[in-house]
Write a protein that binds this ligand. Structure first.
Ligand code: COA
Length: 249
């Protein structure tokens, strides 16, 4: 597996790297936030898939990769207009996007990735969305950084697993329970495990880069993904909210 991150400031101004369908979607986005998020997610995901498929990064190569959606909103990849057997998952937060890509051929099965900022989560949020075990774990930590990191990590891992299931937040977030380790590898990844109420297992990984927190899950245990070259560095990334200066396009 591979992953890539990009910030909104790295997205080109032109639209020749988008397919006509993507250009049509873009033209209909009236709110700057939606537009910037769409472009940053597309720039990141199309480049990541183009690299993993060995297409190179010419404008034509990137334009030929399209991320389309199932009715659920779950992404699938088309290459030169044809469905491609390769799994992706995408997320964005505060001006930054990440994409996780499985091996060509689709051997990874469905994937989930989620990017969050480590920020305060209220006691009510934890009580409403977490299982009893998760609530006890979070409330047992000292208030502040440790509790905020755990709360955002649990939330993020739930979103990742619900992306693997392709249901997203249509599901009850308490239907999946998150367990995680603080044993970080030299490359920054630490293991996590999400378990469904029905026993379904979603093994994965998490990492903390500066103020950002990243989780990913799949249906089978796999080594952490390799970061593709040429992307942004989340460890030094500053959260961006540029849309606030001009909310409407
Ligand atoms: C999946 C979901 C939790 C992600 O929400 P989020 O935290 O705001 O957004 P993120 O930036 O982390 O992720 C966005 C990406 O999630 C992916 N995604 C959306 N729905 C998904 C689903 N059902 N399963 C898996 N992935 C999904 C998409 O790739 C999307 O990016 P894209 O539209 O540019 O391709 C949320 O979109 C959701 O619950 N969707 C299903 C319910 C819904 O409201 N659907 C309406 C659209 S059909």
């Amino acid at each position: 597996m591979w992953w890539l991150a990009h910030g909104e400031q790295e997205v080109p101004a032109g639209v020749d790297w988008l397919t006509l369908r993507e250009q049509t979607i873009l033209a209909e986005l009236r709110y700057t936030k939606r537009r910037v998020e769409f472009l940053t997610r597309r720039w990141t995901a199309k480049r990541a898939v183009a690299m993993v498929l060995g297409r190179g990064l010419t404008t034509t190569a990137v334009a030929g990769v399209e991320i389309r959606h199932h009715p659920s909103g779950a992404p699938w990849v088309a290459v030169d207009g044809q469905p491609a057997a390769i799994d992706v998952s995408i997320s964005d937060r505060a001006g930054w996007a990440v994409c996780l890509v499985g091996p060509p051929g689709g051997a990874s099965g469905p994937l989930g990735i989620d990017l969050e900022l480590v920020e305060p989560r209220s006691d009510a949020f934890v009580g409403d969305f977490f299982t009893a075990g998760e609530v006890a774990g979070v409330r047992g930590l000292p208030a502040g950084e440790a509790r905020d990191e755990a709360a955002n990590l649990i939330w993020s891992a739930k979103e990742s697993a619900l992306k693997v299931l392709k249901v997203g937040l249509r599901a009850d977030t308490r239907d999946v329970e998150v367990d995680f380790s603080q044993e970080r590898r030299a490359d920054g990844w630490a293991p996590l495990a999400v378990t469904g109420r029905d026993g379904a297992a979603f093994p994965g990984w998490w990492r903390r880069d500066g103020v950002f927190l990243l989780t990913l899950t799949g249906r089978q245990l796999a080594p952490p993904p390799v970061q593709l070259e040429g992307g942004g560095n989340l460890a030094e990334a500053v959260p961006l909210h540029s849309w606030l200066a001009r909310p409407r396009v």
